[in-house]
Each structure stands twice: as structure tokens, then as C-alpha cells.
Design a protein around this ligand. Structure first.
Ligand code: NAD
Length: 365
């Protein structure tokens, strides 16, 4: 692909996020939406009809990509379909930009990381809340504040989601908390070591599973990251991004999740220009840039997996009452991935990993 070529893309999964992706791809310079697939043909057709120009539709995204000459897919299917759809695309020679979470389990996420390596195709996870100029500004402040000590996120909202979220065992941790967990890693430039979490369901909750949780993570360097949140919290609402406080060696930084972060220290913050990327538009721009330059982007599958590992560790801790080591989650996931893998090349790749953490963090400090 040269700079002059448009990136031909098929959108797979035409539901709520699929419709957001349709509009984003359609508006993006240098990207051409050439097909829309959904298991439900009527959903694909309805999503395509809103474009006001004929766009081929189908039920199989990879077959549609072959028929339309697409180079990449955007995978906005339900989490359970992320592994099969993305694996098929990678082995068909397509690059993939996928919705979060990378997969429902860390084991499947490791299989996808190995499949990306085996095929040599790019698989980037769109963790949309990381692409936020205010979060980038907060990260820059963190760099000016010296060694980080503690980071906290408070997330309190009254949210009604008729459907699967209200039936999940851990709706807050599994469906939502992955965003701040991922942002915390980015903000601190640190990786998770261990998790302790308690979750509960307040008596007035309209969720079947635990709609509230508090998790404490030990991060590399001994930093503590604390997340506390609830989805059944009437009254004062936090931002969808949550409210953030970083307490560091030279001072503190605060972000209400919606406005520019605030710096409080005796040192001056370094003046910086705003980050140019935002939301799923930002993720798409970074993905296309990465395909053109060959430089692995932030959100590349290996880099993303530890955010899902934080979710899995928090859930395991909440269920057992024990402090959970992230390396134990990774080791168990690796064993499960090896056992479940049906592709011999992917299994060989997984079996050759010296350690899961070293493969996931290779090339990063
Ligand atoms: N980044 C964010 O802020 C954000 C917000 C909402 C949802 N999401 C994520 O986006 C993804 C989709 O969520 P949604 O709310 O749009 O769900 P949805 O149920 O509205 O839509 C998913 C669509 O995928 C289709 N599908 C399922 N399996 C398929 C397959 N094998 N091939 C083709 N189509 C298939 C379904 O028929 C459905 O139309 C999830 O991973 C979710 O976590 C992200």
C-alpha cells in the first residue's frame, strides 16, 4: 500500500458500535468502506442503507473482503465472535482493527497474539478511551511529576442497559473497567503485577451480577492503582472516563474525565502540544498510519492483552477473596490457549514463548 492508495475496509458486525464505525470509516480520509457483514443479513443491509450509496453486504466478513478486494477488516462483532472472526481474517491475509475487549478471555487473546505473529498481519485493538487528548495531557503531567506513588479512578454512574449487561456476573469489571485499567497502564507507563478486588451488588441494584467493585493493583515500580466504581449510583455522576488523581514524588495531577487535567506541584509542567488522536477516529487513523509505515501502533494486540489480564485478575480475586498475581493469570491462560488451539502453527508459536509476559512486553521498556 502506498500513501496514495485508499485502504479498502470491510466492516464486520453492524450493531450499535458497527454503526459508529460505519460513520467513522466513511468520514476518514484515505479509507474506503467497501462492504458490511453481519450474521444477521437484515442488520448488515440496514446499516449499509444509511450510507446512501450501494455497498455490498454479507454474513461472512472474510468472504466479503475477498469478494471486494479489501485489505483490512474492522471487527465490531460481539466479544464471543472476536477470536473466530479475527483469526479467520488474519489467516486470509487481512489486517484487523478490532473492538475491545481483544477477546472474552486472556487465553483467546494469547491465541490471537500468536496468530498475528504467525501470519505477519497487524491486529490492533481499538481501546477507544485511550485515544483522548486530555488523557495524553495527563500522561505528560505524570512525566513531569517524577516517580508515581498512587493513582486512583472513581467511576460512579446510574446506568441502565436492558440486555446482556444486566445479566452478567461482573458487568462493571468485565464490560467497563477495562477502559480505565488500560488508561492506567498508559498513564503510568507501568504494567500490572498483582490485583486484589472486592465486588458487590448493592441491595437496590437492577443488575443480576455485581454492579460495584473496588480493585487495588500493584503495578511495576511498586505503584498502587486503585479503581472504585458503581453502575447503580444515583446522584452526582462522574464522567464516563471516571475521575482521576495521580499522587507523585513532586506533586499531583487531577482529571475529571471531561476537561483538561489540572497540575498541582512546585515544578512547572513542560508545555506540550495536544495529542492529535481521539476516540475511534483516532484508532482508525493510527491503524492506517501503522499499515503505511510498518511501525507497530499502540494497541497492537501484544500491547493490549495486559489490560484484559487486569480484568481477569480482578474478577478472580473478587470470586476467591485472594490477592491474584498477574503472572499466574498469564500462565493459566497460556496453558488453556495451548490446550484449545486448533491451528498447529499457532500452537507451535505459543509453545515457543519463553514467558508470556516477556512476549507481551517485548520491545517496550
Ligand atoms: N469502545 C466503546 O466505547 C464500546 C462501546 C460499546 C461497545 N463496544 C464493543 O463493541 C463490540 C460490539 O458491541 P455492540 O454494542 O455494537 O454489540 P451489538 O450486539 O449491538 O452488535 C454486534 C453485532 O455483531 C454481529 N455478529 C455477531 N457475531 C458475528 C459474526 N461472527 N460475524 C458477523 N457479525 C456478527 C451481531 O449480529 C450484531 O449485529 C463489543 O466488543 C463491545 O464490547 C465498545
Amino acid at each position: 500500500m502506498t500513501l496514495a492508495d485508499p485502504l479498502r475496509v470491510v466492516l464486520v458486525g453492524a450493531g450499535l458500535m458497527g454503526r459508529a464505525w460505519r460513520d467513522t470509516i466513511e468520514a476518514a480520509p484515505g479509507v474506503e468502506l467497501v462492504g458490511i457483514a453481519d450474521l444477521d443479513p437484515a442488520t448488515a443491509e440496514a446499516t449499509a442503507a444509511a450510507l446512501g450509496r450501494p455497498v455490498p453486504t454479507g454474513t461472512d466478513g472474510v468472504a466479503l473482503a475477498a469478494a471486494t478486494g479489501a485489505r483490512a477488516i474492522v471487527n465490531a462483532t460481539v466479544p464471543e465472535a472476536h477470536h473466530p472472526v479475527t483469526t479467520a481474517a488474519l489467516f486470509a491475509g487481512l489486517d484487523v482493527l478490532g473492538e475491545k475487549p481483544v477477546a472474552p478471555t486472556v487465553a483467546q487473546a494469547l491465541s490471537l497474539a500468536a496468530a498475528s505473529a504467525v501470519t505477519g498481519r497487524l491486529f490492533m485493538v481499538s481501546q477507544s478511551r485511550r485515544w483522548n487528548p486530555q488523557l495524553f495531557a495527563l500522561r505528560a503531567m505524570a512525566e513531569d511529576l517524577g516517580t508515581p506513588g498512587s493513582l486512583t479512578t472513581e467511576f460512579f454512574r446510574e446506568s441502565h442497559f436492558p440486555g446482556f449487561r444486566e445479566e452478567m456476573a461482573h458487568p462493571l469489571l468485565v464490560d467497563m473497567a477495562i477502559h480505565p485499567f488500560d488508561s492506567a497502564r498508559f498513564l503510568l507507563g507501568a504494567e500490572p503485577v498483582a490485583a486484589y478486588c472486592e465486588s458487590h451488588n448493592p441491595p437496590w441494584s437492577w443488575f443480576a451480577g455485581d454492579a460495584a467493585a473496588t480493585a487495588v493493583f500493584e503495578m511495576t515500580g511498586g505503584i498502587r492503582y486503585t479503581y472504585t466504581g458503581s453502575w447503580v449510583s444515583p446522584g452526582r455522576q462522574t464522567s464516563w472516563n471516571g475521575e482521576w488523581r495521580l499522587a507523585a514524588e513532586k506533586g499531583s495531577a487531577h482529571w475529571d474525565g471531561d476537561h483538561d487535567p489540572v497540575f498541582e506541584a512546585d515544578v512547572e509542567p513542560t508545555p506540550r502540544t495536544a495529542a492529535p488522536y481521539s476516540g475511534i477516529e483516532g484508532a482508525l487513523l493510527v491503524f492506517t498510519d501503522a499499515l503505511r509505515t510498518g511501525v507497530p501502533p499502540m494497541g497492537e494486540v501484544h500491547e493490549n492483552v495486559l489490560s484484559l489480564a487486569m480484568v481477569e485478575a480482578a474478577v478472580r480475586s473478587a470470586d476467591t477473596g485472594q490477592r491474584v498475581l498477574i503472572d499466574d493469570v498469564l500462565a493459566d491462560a497460556h496453558a488453556a490457549a495451548l490446550q484449545a488451539e486448533t491451528n498447529p502453527d499457532v500452537r507451535d508459536a505459543l509453545a515457543s514463548w519463553p514467558s508470556v509476559r516477556s512476549v507481551l512486553t517485548a520491545g517496550r521498556s
